[in-house]
Design a protein around this ligand. Sequence first.
Ligand SMILES: Nc1ncnc2c1ncn2[C@@H]1O[C@H](COP(=O)(O)OP(=O)(O)O)[C@@H](O)[C@H]1O
Ligand SMILES: Nc1ccn([C@@H]2O[C@H](COP(=O)(O)OP(=O)(O)O)[C@@H](O)[C@H]2O)c(=O)n1
Length: 386
Amino acid sequence: MGTVVDSANQGAGSLTINKKVTVVFVLGGPGSGKGTQCANIVENFGYTHLSAGDLLRAEIKSGSENGTMISNMIKEGKIVPSEVTIKLLQRAIQENGNDKFLIDGFPRNEENRAAFELVTGIEPEFVLFFDCPEEEMEKRLLSRNQGREDDNIETIRKRFKVYMESSLPVIEYYNSKGKVRKVLSYLSASLPSSVLERERESLHIKQKLTSFLPQIDAAKPVGEVFEAVKAVFAPADEKPTSCGDGAVGGGSDVAVGANNVPLTEFEANHYEYDYTGYTDFVFSSECSACKCQDCRAKHDVVINAIKALTVSVKELTSKRGFIPSAPLEIKAKRRRRVISRALSSIQKSKIATPLSMCCTEQRTMSKGKQHELKKVNVEEATAEQH
Ligand SMILES: Nc1ncnc2c1ncn2[C@@H]1O[C@H](COP(=O)(O)OP(=O)(O)O)[C@@H](O)[C@H]1O
Ligand SMILES: Nc1ccn([C@@H]2O[C@H](COP(=O)(O)OP(=O)(O)O)[C@@H](O)[C@H]2O)c(=O)n1
């Protein structure tokens, strides 16, 4: 069997994807909820879902010459050679009329990634990454009930090992290129639903806020996780209805839609993102003069989030032994400066942590402790401020 790379070098037409396509890679550990959320994305955003695992399982069923080899690899939790998987993906893309694809569970290792790029010339638009504690993934896989031969504890453990050793470096690679969008649902998890309804209209405020809150939420219920996913997939031209020119933030030129907003927790430029823009709404003279209900509601959402963020920063900084020089009970005019100072301090201590370390650290932390670090309840935070 010639490799896909050989075929590409020989100019084999069957491997060429002769249409322009948008590809989003969907990555995360086994059982992190990739397939579940892909189904939601398909329904809401018009993508076609291609699961590498499903394509491989279909290949086994089809009685192909590679069937036995693929089946053995899956039972062992091993990664099937790239040429097999890439050919299946290429065929599926070529045969489908759509031009937007979610490729789920691929690339699973460095070989997958490099070969796909070389052969197809396709770079992902971004990588949607579901980070979920191992114990939660294990629980889900053991009760998935899809009759999969690899959903038994012995194979699950092997898959986790392969994920840590081979798949995380791929996520790290894309993270270093600023392409990783982590699933965050901080606000959706903590705001009352009535506020959430209104707040959906101003997704870009939410994105700016969540973009620098270190939250890992793939362990939340399906609906809440999808709230975060929606924020990532919101079309770039989506604008909320508001006073003035319709753009919250006084017509700022910050693009709306997470496709343009890096949501990475680990990267240096994560903290360099222009998060201060969101305060424009709060302090804009145009908006403060406008007393309409809608603006009031948005104003409240932003203020609540700032309060929650302040508490979060306080918690994070105190855990790192950083004592902000200014009191954290901040007045409106000083909020931006204090938060900014605190964040840059976090940046100094946090950005040096590679992704694999973060995940390893996460694995060894108890679930309760993670939540203590990452979840801030807005209502409590608001009460505390009062
Ligand atoms: N957020 C969630 N909370 C609880 N169960 C979930 C959640 N997301 C997915 N599941 C369940 O967990 C199992 C694994 O999800 P799945 O989407 O198949 O994961 P993956 O594609 O990442 O392996 C399925 O049974 C699914 O119904
Ligand atoms: N790119 C890929 C994707 C899946 N696979 C194989 O298919 C198995 C199941 O993958 P999957 O994506 O359907 O399921 P999860 O492990 O995410 O639950 C993996 O454990 C691998 O054995 C692969 O070899 N190469």
